[in-house]
Each structure stands twice: as C-alpha cells, then as structure tokens.
Design a protein around this ligand. Structure first.
Ligand SMILES: Nc1ncnc2c1ncn2[C@@H]1O[C@H](COP(=O)(O)OP(=O)(O)O)[C@@H](O)[C@H]1O
Ligand SMILES: [Mg+2]
Length: 375
C-alpha cells in the first residue's frame, strides 16, 4: 500500500519556483495498479520519483505499508521497489543476465540463486533464456529491451513496482502485446504498482484506478469506468475524449452485461411445428437452439414455417461466436456487422452461458452513468 498525504513538490526558489505537485492525497491499495495520467509536465514523474526518494518531498508525506519513507534508508527503500523507466537504462557493457541481476547482486544472493532467478524472469517476459541470457542489449530490439527492463524491475521480487511510461518507446503493435503480457503477469504477481502514462488507452487498459493530474493537482482518482462515465470536470471529460461510452465498451466484459436466463431457448431435438407454435404464441421473433448445452444456431418463425423435421436441421448458424470474457465492444461490433441484436454467449468450455443483446449493452452503460444518482 502506498499512501500519499498532501504531497507537494516545489522545484527552485523565489520567482523561478515551480510547483510540480500540489497537495496531492490518495492511496494505492495493496495489489492494485494506479495509473498516473495527464499531459506532459503535470507532475507524474515527480510523484513517482518522490515515492522511491529519487526526489525529496517539499511538504506532506508518503507512507509505504504504513511506514513513512522519510524514516527509511533511501537505498534500502529502493531495493524494495522495482523501477522501470521508458529509457530502459540497460548497461550496454553488461549481458542481459548481468543487467537483470543488478539488484539481486546488491542483495548478496549467491550465483546459483541469481542464475535460476534470471532464467525464471526471462521466461516470465517471454524471452528464451538459452538464447538471450548471454547477449548484450544492442543485440535486442526496443521491445525486447523493454521486456528486460520489466524483468530487472521484478528481479528481487519487490512488493512495489514504479513504472514510468515503461512501454512508451515501443511501436503500437508490440506495445499492445507487451501490455497484454504484463497484465497476465500482474494477475499472478499482484504487485502494488504506480504506473505513469500520458495515454488514455493505456491507462484504461492497465489501471485498477486512474489518478488524473493537471498542473500538479490531482483532479480525479477513480476506477477507469467511473473516470469515463462520470468525469469530475471538463478537463477530465476532454482528456478522456468524446467517445468515452465506446471506450467503456472496451473495458466492460460481456459477462458483466449478459442475460443469464434468456427465455428464447429451444432444444435441438424438438420438432419444428411445436417450436413454431410456441414462438407464435409468445410472439418470439427468434430463438437460440441448444444441443448438449452448446449453442448451434437460431430459428425464426419464417425458417420453421411448413417444416416438419427437428429444429437442429433448420437452424441458421451465428456468424460470430462470443465468449463471456470478450469486451462488450466486440458484441456491439458483431451486432452492427450482422444486423442482429441478440447473440448467444459461451463460457470457456463452449457451453451456453447466456445471451447478450443491444438492450443489455445500453443498460450497463446507463447504470454506470447513473450510479451516483441511484447511490
Ligand atoms: N529537476 C527539476 N528541476 C526543475 N523543474 C523540474 C524538475 N523536474 C521536473 N520539473 C518541472 O516539474 C513539472 C512536472 O514535471 P514532471 O513530473 O516531469 O511531469 P510529467 O512527468 O507529468 O511530464 C514540470 O513543470 C517540470 O518542468
Ligand atoms: Mg514524465
């Protein structure tokens, strides 16, 4: 846990004084990722560098796991926090293994333990130790070097990671990939992370909470969903963009919005006339057809009219398969593409888990929007 209490940083004195961070108070909970977000010069890096005492604090306090960092030895403090920066800062004259091992060496680990840890970390960041351990930084691409930066930050298994635009220098395709990998890693490691970014997309993707800064002041500290749907002021809404409802759709999962017990289900082995009558009686326009609890397609009264066989031989297949974990954006996209307003949703085994309709999507967006008023 990291607690910032009225943290102020002033660089310089007199007329040249610059207030880089201004009376900032918030808490990063254990195991959570807080993304510090805002335009260039708003004080993000300064916040981060005060956290491991690379910068002094002018006023206020920072506590780590309940302890004031000013009561701790700065060198020791830094060994408990991994630090990953955009410029990477790998030593060109050291091998990859040597670069990753810097903190473990300072901690006096023995050779075998360091070697095992280096290999473990290289596997963790998806680089084959046999190939990369003895190479030099220049022999790696920018994205691979950044992976080494992440591995180095994690080397001594610190509780806390400070990351300053760690993926900022990587091209968009590789950045997306390394972000995905890092998210998977974090799901297992559950580090407490302070992550600086100026990119709203990255913030939404990586954050449990987003801290938005303007001119050194903390403007809003909230979940990505809340930042998008209930921005504190015009600065925040401008910063997140006019398409914020669409951005929320990239964040929410189908499982958050789906209908768990839709009524329009029929079993594959049922006779067509029976299904047709049921659909006409209830005014159903279409029904999902399940076989062994797996969605195999849908039927409509039009498809069943004058037919005698089983519905499974008459189904139209769904043009796309949607899973519970997929973002709502993908469901909406499927609806727009295929001019359909309702899709079955499958769990990880391909079994029927529920359905997702346009109305379900709209409802979950509006719920977020009105959460405060309902409160
Ligand atoms: N060492 C320094 N000396 C003087 N001013 C600084 C120093 N470091 C940062 N600043 C100023 O503090 C403000 C915040 O900088 P910074 O924290 O680097 O912003 P960000 O990371 O959000 O781009 C800026 O106005 C910057 O010029
Ligand atoms: Mg910065």
């Amino acid at each position: 846990m990291i607690e910032y209490d009225s943290v102020t940083k002033v660089f310089g004195i007199g007329k040249k004084a610059v207030t880089a961070t201004d009376n900032v108070t918030f808490t990063i909970d254990k195991g959570e990722t807080a993304v510090f977000l805002g335009p260039s010069g708003c004080g993000k890096t300064t916040m981060l560098r005060m956290t491991n005492r690379l910068e002094s604090i002018t006023r206020g306090s920072i506590k780590v796991n309940g302890q004031d960092i000013m009561d701790m030895n700065p060198q020791k403090l830094r060994l408990t926090m991994g630090y990953v920066i955009q410029q990477i800062g790998l030593f060109p004259n050291k091998t990859i293994a040597g670069n990753i091992a810097i903190v473990p060496r300072m901690l006096g680990w023995n050779k075998e333990k360091i070697r095992a840890r280096v290999d473990e970390l290289l596997n963790m960041v998806k680089l084959d130790p046999e190939i990369y351990r003895d190479r030099y930084p220049v022999e790696l691409s920018g994205g691979q070097q950044q992976r080494i930066g992440v591995a180095r930050g994690l080397a001594a298994n610190p509780d806390i990671l400070l990351m300053d635009e760690p993926f900022g220098a990587i091209d968009p395709i590789n950045r997306d990939q390394i972000q995905d990998e890092f998210l998977k890693l974090q799901a297992k490691l559950k580090k407490t992370i302070a992550f600086v970014s100026h990119d709203i997309h990255e913030a939404i993707k990586m954050a449990d909470k987003i801290a938005i800064f303007k001119d050194g002041k903390l403007v809003q500290y909230d979940s990505p969903e809340s930042i998008l749907m209930r921005p504190a002021n015009k600065f925040v809404s401008d910063f997140v963009g006019a398409d914020r409802a669409l951005k929320v759709l990239g964040l929410l999962r189908i499982r958050d919005a789906m209908n768990l017990s839709p009524k329009n289900l029929v079993q594959a082995g049922t006779d067509a006339p029976q299904v047709l009558k049921m659909m006409e009686d209830r005014g159903m326009k279409f029904a999902f057809v399940l076989k062994d609890n797996k969605p195999v397609g849908y039927v409509s009264p039009k498809l069943l009219k004058y037919e005698q066989g089983k519905v499974e031989d008459l189904v139209e297949r769904f043009p796309e398969e949607l899973g519970t974990r997929e973002p709502l954006r993908d469901a909406l996209s499927a609806m727009l593409m295929h001019d359909m307003i309702d899709f079955p949703v499958m769990d990880d085994n391909g079994d029927f888990a529920g359905s997702i309709s346009y109305k379900n999507i709209q409802k979950s967006i509006l719920e977020l929007y009105y959460e405060d008023q309902d409160g």
